[in-house]
Ligand binder design. Structure first.
Ligand code: 13P
Ligand code: SF4
Length: 307
């Protein structure tokens, strides 16, 4: 059955002049049929370069939205239109405006895990792979970091010369990775290095050997001489980690490293999206143009990283 779906996907892709982009948190079966798999920065940047007229996005809605914002002439279709990231809604336009009046010099730094409406009110977007570099080089002294508090606090600690204002957004998947479970897992696997996504809480970051985006975690493990790793991010990364590192061992911490939204996307959804070209990402033009500015600024300020 899945072989049949895979064949249909290949055929439809040609007929539709479509390319399939997938995030590392997708199911292995979806990553396998994708043309490109990567972290959120790589996928946003890549969307501006692919020649196909249609992008089928296997990820959550803010990722498809970013692709559309940056490529208004392309058709962007979500593989599953219900897959959304709760954190993307955890910032508030009123609060942004209030902070701007309190701190006239502020730069509003918006993690890409955010809606187009929130991006449209921001000065620059960042992802977990480039937040440090971008914030460091901003001229403003005051930084309002939205929506993720953990990523904001991680960046702030490494840039003590700037003043940060935080927002109380979070990722429930990364927040559910507990320090106590990590300590137990380290006892069971004493040789393992701990590789962690910066959306995790500070007490987990403190116990980590490396902190980075999904791609950076995969690259780090692949280049390391060590053989065992404890992975503090969503389980989807295990697919690429194991593909690239047949002789290394990867362990999770606890049982909650599972993003229910990312996992909504099934092979059949990809086939249906190619067949129906629905649900297409549609944005009102003035909103799209406003949201494009901070995303384009991110592309200018960030050095591209490989997937
Ligand atoms: P990356 O930018 O590392 O791909 O992370 C995206 C994400 O949603 C993390 O939860
Ligand atoms: Fe959003 Fe967290 Fe899922 Fe990433 S893992 S898409 S931040 S809910």
């Amino acid at each position: 059955m899945s072989e049949e779906i895979k064949e249909q996907i290949q055929k439809l892709k040609k007929e539709r002049d479509a390319v399939i982009l997938a995030h590392y948190y997708m199911d292995g079966a979806v990553q396998e049929i994708a043309d490109y798999v990567g972290d959120s920065y790589y996928l946003a940047e890549l969307a501006t370069k692919v020649p196909e007229s249609t992008i089928i996005f296997c990820g959550v809605s803010f990722m498809g939205e970013s692709a559309k914002i940056l490529n208004p002439k392309k058709r962007v279709v979500m593989a599953n239109g219900h897959a959304d990231c709760p954190m993307a809604h955890m910032a508030n336009v009123e609060r942004i405006r209030q902070v701007r009046t309190e701190y006239p010099d502020v730069s509003v730094v918006c993690y890409v895990n955010s809606t187009a409406e929130i991006k449209a009110e921001s000065d620059v977007c960042v992802t977990s792979s480039n937040a440090l570099r971008i914030v460091k080089n901003l001229p403003s002294q005051d930084i309002f970091f939205i929506p993720d508090e953990n990523l904001g606090r991680y960046v702030a600690k490494l840039i003590p010369e700037k003043h940060f204002i935080f927002n109380d957004g979070f990722c429930h998947v990364h927040k559910s990775i507990h320090k106590d479970e990590l300590i137990k897992a380290k006892e069971v696997h004493p040789e393992a290095l701990v590789l962690t996504h910066p959306e995790c809480s500070e007490d987990v970051l403190k116990l980590s050997d490396f902190i980075g985006s999904t791609s950076q975690i995969i690259d780090y493990a692949t280049q390391s001489d060590k053989k065992e790793f404890l992975i503090c991010t969503e389980m989807g990364v295990f697919y690429e980690l194991q593909l690239k590192n047949k002789k290394k061992r990867f362990y999770s911490v606890g049982h909650r490293q599972f993003c229910p939204n990312m996992k909504m996307v099934r092979l059949k959804d990809v086939k249906d999206a190619l067949e129906t070209l629905w649900p297409e990402v549609v944005l009102e033009e003035s909103l799209r143009a406003k949201a494009a500015k901070p995303l384009e600024r991110m592309l200018e300020l960030a050095t591209p990283v490989s997937p």
